[in-house]
Design a protein around this ligand. Structure first.
Ligand SMILES: [Zn+2]
Length: 261
């Protein structure tokens, strides 16, 4: 890892994919005051998840993603929220600015070098139902009423001339592919789980800021506890997750980003 600041680290990739880990940091320096408002709860083991994903990627993808990590605890800063909610002092406001500048620099380079790129924003939740939630910037009402316009993977949909619903929640979706390869009802949203009290994820600032305006593509992934904390299960799942992303992007994009010609 290359330290970009005291708290932010980066690993350069060889593919037009950016992995982000904003909520898994362990550092709680005394010189930065604790936040008093908002969600202070860390997404435990998401840095480990992201590093394992990076380390396993080459074997399945034939290359590695770019990786951006915040090591500062969420009790000090939230880098997936607005500056107003995510920071409460001058020092973290500066870190917040730098973080988003780095993201913009990386996606600018990816767009310049490849023409297409996508963010996978890695998070974790503690919900006992143990499902993976995928966020495309669409809330429950929009998903339930087929209002897909402002989703966070508009470039992929446009490039492949796809039907949005197919790509977001039906047979061509990442959720569908993970369910098929891993466990048949692991992922929300997908075509089978759109009823009743099932949880939906819209997503946070990163995917909305870069995905929903069509600038870049971005998907938020919320991994349940069981697939983060147990190292053996984590690796098992990561291999299938990498396979699922490979299938999702190669089946839906009409360019091969894994083996460019
Ligand atoms: Zn999170």
């Amino acid at each position: 890892m290359i330290p970009l600041t005291k708290y932010i680290e980066y690993k350069k990739g060889t593919l037009p994919i950016l992995l982000i880990s904003a909520h898994g940091g362990y550092m709680i320096p005394d010189e930065i005051p604790d936040r008093k408002n908002g969600n202070l709860c860390p997404d435990l083991k998401t840095i480990e998840f992201s590093l394992d994903l990076y380390n396993q990627a080459n074997e399945i993808w034939g290359g590695v993603p770019h990786l951006l990590i915040c090591n500062l605890s969420r009790s000090k800063i939230d880098l997936n929220r607005s500056k107003y909610i995510g920071t409460e002092c001058k020092e973290t406001q500066e870190i917040w600015d730098k973080w988003f500048n780095y993201i913009e620099e990386i996606i600018g380079n990816i767009k310049r070098d490849y023409g297409y790129g996508i963010i996978f924003d890695i998070h974790g939740h503690g919900d006992l139902a143990n499902k993976i939630w995928l966020g495309y910037g669409l809330n429950k009402i929009k998903l339930d009423t087929n209002q897909f316009n402002e989703n966070s993977i508009q470039n992929l949909i446009k490039l492949g001339n796809h039907n949005s619903k197919d790509i977001l929640i039906e047979k061509r979706s990442l959720g569908y592919i993970i369910n098929k390869l891993y466990n048949k009802d692991m992922c929300l949203p997908n075509f089978e789980n759109k009823i009743g009290s099932q949880r939906y994820l819209s997503g946070g600032l990163i995917i909305k800021k870069y995905g929903c305006n069509g600038l870049f593509d971005a998907i938020q992934i919320e991994i349940p506890n069981s697939l983060r904390t147990d190292p053996k299960k984590r690796i098992e799942f990561i291999k299938i997750f990498l396979e699922s992303i490979l299938l999702f992007l190669s089946q839906n994009l009409h360019i091969n980003i894994f083996h460019p010609t």
